[in-house]
Write a protein that binds this ligand. Structure first.
Ligand SMILES: [Zn+2]
Length: 55
């Protein structure tokens, strides 16, 4: 039942979701971004949280 946060890859534009538990384990950029690896293009980058699809 972990909550998820959406991110958008700045490299390929792919949207993906990461559980908040996983996000907590990743390096953070002052709360404005999280260092993640895109599951689509496998590029590691600082990802900014994206707004939900259905707010
Ligand atoms: Zn990507």
């Amino acid at each position: 039942m972990a909550r998820k946060q959406r991110f958008r890859c700045p490299h390929c534009g792919h949207f993906f979701q990461v559980s908040e538990f996983s996000i907590a384990l990743r390096p953070h950029l002052g709360g404005r971004g999280v260092y993640l690896r895109c599951p689509d293009c496998h590029t590691a980058n600082w990802m900014l949280p994206a707004p939900p699809l259905f707010p």
